[in-house]
Design a protein around this ligand. Sequence first.
Ligand SMILES: [Ca+2]
Ligand SMILES: [Ca+2]
Ligand SMILES: [Ca+2]
Length: 164
Amino acid sequence: MIAFLVLIGSVAVYGQGQGHGHDHDHGPQHNHSCVHNNHQQLQADQVIVNIIADMEKDGDGIVEQTEVEKEFVQKYDQDNSGDVSEDEFVKQWHQQYHDAPDFAGYLFHHFDSNDDHKLTAIDIVNFVKGADTDGNGRVSIAEFQSFLTNLYVNCVSSPYSHGP
Ligand SMILES: [Ca+2]
Ligand SMILES: [Ca+2]
Ligand SMILES: [Ca+2]
């Protein structure tokens, strides 16, 4: 009887090990919650100030596509694969801004405009387009700030189609 139970136990463990070995988990890796929650109790506007400080590096008052790409793609791409996975994004965002992982997951989902579960240059192009509310081809700090405020405070859902 004991031997039988041990056998069942090892089959169960073996089964789990197998599941891990195969990298075919395409389901959502994180929960997404657009309710802002910060582990250091920072308010949304304080986090946004920090994001802008990191993003707008040359201080010309314009958030250039290259600046967003440097910050969101190159810096977050820990394994140098050329794109940013949800895991990479959530981890880095949480570390940098202390937003809860669930909230970082919501941001990632929002930024991943073509819904391929990666952040790449195409997502940044869409990001900049989405933030450029007056359509002059440039994202001013004020535009960027209100874009982020909408994400943080108004909890907007993605403007892009994410399929069924
Ligand atoms: Ca700039
Ligand atoms: Ca994408
Ligand atoms: Ca603009």
